[in-house]
Design a protein around this ligand. Sequence first.
Ligand code: ATP
Ligand code: MG
Length: 235
Amino acid sequence: MLRAESLVAGYLGAPVLHEVSLSVAAGEVFCLLGANGAGKSTIARALAGILAPRSGTVTVNDLDVTGYPPNRRVRAGLSLVPESRHLFGRSTVRDNLLLGGYTRSRTGRAETFDRVLNLFPQLGALLGRRARDLSGGEQQMVAIGRALMADPAFLILDEPSLGLAPIYVDVILEQAAGLAERGVGVLLIEQNVGKALAVGHRGAVVEAGRIVLTGPAAELRTDPTVVDSYLGGVA
Ligand SMILES: Nc1ncnc2c1ncn2[C@@H]1O[C@H](COP(=O)(O)OP(=O)(O)OP(=O)(O)O)[C@@H](O)[C@H]1O
Ligand SMILES: [Mg+2]
C-alpha cells in the first residue's frame, strides 16, 4: 500500500491540503479527480516528497517515508512523473532512461531498459535523439519510461496525457493499466475522467484540498456529482 494519512501541506501561507487521506494498493489504478486548482498535483508532490507536509504521514508498504527526500522515496519504491515532464532536453532518450535507473544494479537496469522498450516500442528508434527534439507524446513516454527504470512499486502519473493527441492518451492509459496488471500501484491524475475511470479500479474526488468522495471506479462513473462535474453530465 501507498498510504497518505491526514496530510496537511501547501506553499507559502494557508495550507492547500486539509487532512488528505488516501491509499493505493499494489496492482490497482487509483484515479484522482478534481477541478483545476483543487490540489491534485499538490497531493502528488507531497506523496513524492517534493513538498514537505506540515503534518500527516506518507507510508510505502508500511515504511514511513514522511521525512524522506524524493530520491530516498524512489529507493523506497515510489516514483513520480510530474505534470511538466522534466526531461534532460539535451541528453539523448537513452541517457534520460538510464538516468532513471541510477539506483539499480547494472543487470537490473539492463533488464528494465528492455522492458521499457517493450512497453514503448516507439522509443526504440529514438534512443539516440535528444529528448527536446521529440514530440510531446514521445516525451511523455520517455518520462514514464524513466520513472519505470527505478522499478517502482508505486507510480504517480500527474496528467500524463496533457496536451497529447487522443491516440497517445489511449496508449498511455493502456500502459497504466498494464503496469497495474503486473502489480504496480498507479496513482493516476487525469483530466480525461471517463477514460481514466474506465481503466481505474478505485478513485477519489478532490475539492479545495479535501477528498470529498472515494470509491470504486464503477461507482464514481455513475455518481451524480462526478457525472455532472467531470463527465459533462453524461454517464
Ligand atoms: N508552487 C506553488 N506556489 C504557490 N501556490 C501553488 C503552487 N502550486 C500550486 N499552488 C496553488 O495550490 C492550489 C492547488 O494547486 P494544484 O497544482 O495542486 O492543483 P491541481 O488540482 O493539480 O490543478 P490542475 O488540474 O490545474 O493541475 C492552487 O490554488 C494553486 O494556485
Ligand atoms: Mg495539477
